[in-house]
Design a protein around this ligand. Structure first.
Ligand code: GLN
Length: 513
């Protein structure tokens, strides 16, 4: 079975026309993964049993001429920091190497209900901290475009799996760029929804005020299918928003339509969702695009810049206006992120003490002979890798008495300024742009082992971190090639205008390339 460039639509049609059964499709992917995993190391665990059980159910439905949903029978890979009941969930860390998930994350419950076929768990930087998967305790992932290079991170396993056709779609998590940057490096779509759109229940927490689960896929349409299944309010995650968000999203779409005065506009029904909007092409003739100048300054690779500028030029054909805007606090985003994120990391990772979860350096008897504190200290020193320990120390420091206001307090204030700046450029009475276009990362995929200095590594997220701090939806989609390696274009939208940026991305996919 040929699995190259298989999309949800193609697989769905093939299943319905009985060109292949879901079991055949699932086995083909599982076999491909088994054959290739030595080469790319994208998967940490295969969930074969679960996948084949699900496939059998789908086959039975099809054999009874029952209709199947868009995601039903579709093979999907899951980042190994999202809990799938009864399967190992390592978060890429030695400290959780033998931890098995006691329950399903909300997104997994939703995927199972929609009939998706979960193939396995993908490799990642330890606890999602990193931009290359080199921080995984379970070995680096190789970029399918060039195996001497990194796939990006931290969702590198998910991005590589999609790029290598080892699954049709995948889930990743994005705290400061971990879905978008690997998407960019591997030449696939990576979407980070607005903070609060997707439940984090059952996602192993890194920095809870920033973490968000998002899909990786080959097309925007596939991205939308997955997003539509996983989105929505969840009582188990109080930061999720209810469906009124759809009102906000459609309100911003309606405002674009309204400008033309031809249809819909401000009188559209508030409950209208994107899918019910009649003609997407029409309204995007009125799209206003902002190009934030701070994203094109020093640090960006010249060839990447050229590719992005070309993609922006193509957008001019479909937009009513493309103009430069300014987000002056962008320069502080990375510094703010590296205070807020480690602060939350240090609190979230306090639970891994060698007693409650996974790995422990001491048996129960040894623990009583030595002190309990000793057991904690030893377990954490041996169980965590360098980057995780670095961040725990940084976080503990910025939260410590005497420094809390100077670091954490100040960072929160600058974070608020960054958010306000975005709101200003999207505000119709200020800049009034609908979306922003930027590069996803300043470079293409770098060589494994190339970035030894942690600061150099942190810089690869310089363009993805600001939208994370502001809680905005952002997507990376492939827009060109530099030295045979993919380049990603990032589209950032106003809060909860997730559907808008997905439709804008679709237009770009159709007419910009
Ligand atoms: N690369 C960034 C970091 O190391 C982002 C990680 C993420 O989004 N999970 O923190």
């Amino acid at each position: 079975m040929k699995l190259e460039n298989f999309t949800i639509e193609k697989a769905h049609k093939g299943l319905m026309k009985k060109e292949f059964s879901c079991t055949e499709l699932t086995r083909a992917y599982l076999d491909k993964i088994k054959k290739e995993n030595k080469k790319y190391n994208a998967f940490l665990t295969l969930t074969d049993k679960l996948a084949l059980e699900q496939a059998k159910k789908v086959d039975e439905k099809i054999s009874h001429q029952e209709k199947i949903g868009p995601l039903e029978g579709i093979p999907i890979a899951i980042k190994d920091n999202i809990l799938v009941e009864d399967y190992k969930c390592t978060a890429g860390s030695k400290i959780l190497e033998n931890y098995a998930a006691p329950y399903d994350a909300t997104v997994i419950k939703k995927l199972k209900k929609a009939g998706a076929v979960i193939l396995g768990k993908t490799n990642l930087d330890e606890f999602a901290m990193g931009s290359s998967t080199e921080n995984s305790a379970l070995g680096v992932v190789k970029n399918p475009h060039d195996i001497s290079r990194v796939p990006g991170g931290s969702s590198g396993g998910s991005a590589a799996a999609v790029a290598a056709d080892e699954c049709i779609v995948a889930l990743g998590s994005d705290t400061g760029g971990s879905v978008r940057q690997p998407g960019s490096f591997c030449g696939v779509v990576g979407f980070k929804p607005s903070y609060g759109m997707v439940s984090r229940y059952g996602l192993i927490a890194m920095a809870s005020s920033l973490d968000q689960i998002g899909p990786l896929a080959k097309t925007i349409e596939d991205t939308q299918v997955v997003f539509d299944v996983i989105r929505g309010k969840d009582n188990l995650d109080s930061t999720t928003i209810d469906l009124n968000s759809k009102f906000k999203a459609s309100a911003s779409l309606a405002s674009i339509r309204g400008r033309s005065g031809r249809q819909g506009g401000r009188n559209s029904k508030p409950s209208q969702t994107w899918k019910q909007v009649p003609s997407p092409k029409f309204q995007f003739q009125n799209l206003r695009i902002g190009i934030p100048k701070e994203y094109f300054g020093k640090g960006i690779d010249n060839k990447v810049k050229e590719v992005i500028e070309k993609a922006i030029k193509n957008f001019e054909k479909i937009a009513v206006e493309v103009k430069e805007v300014s987000l002056p606090h962008t320069d502080y985003a990375l510094a703010v992120y590296y205070i807020i994120m480690p602060a939350e990391v240090s609190a979230n990772l306090a639970r891994y003490d060698g007693v409650k979860y996974g790995f422990s350096t001491m048996s129960n008897e040894q623990r009583t002979e030595n002190s309990l504190l000793n057991s904690y200290l030893k377990t954490r020193a041996e169980g965590f890798g360098d980057e995780v320990r670095r961040r725990i120390m940084l976080g503990t420091y910025v939260l410590s008495a005497g420094y809390l206001e100077a670091y954490y307090g100040k960072a929160q204030k600058v974070k608020a300024l960054i958010k306000e700046e975005f709101e200003r450029v999207f505000n119709p009475s200020v800049d009034g742009v609908d979306i922003l276009l930027t590069p996803t990362s300043p470079t293409v995929a770098f060589k494994i082992g190339e970035k030894k200095d942690p600061l150099a590594m942190y810089l690869s997220d310089i363009y993805t971190v600001p939208a994370s701090l502001a809680g905005l939806p952002a997507i990376s989609l492939p827009c060109g090639i530099v030295n045979k390696l993919p380049v990603g274009l990032q589209i950032i939208g106003p809060q909860f205008a997730d559907d808008l940026i997905l439709e804008a991305a679709k237009l770009c996919e159709q007419s910009c390339l």
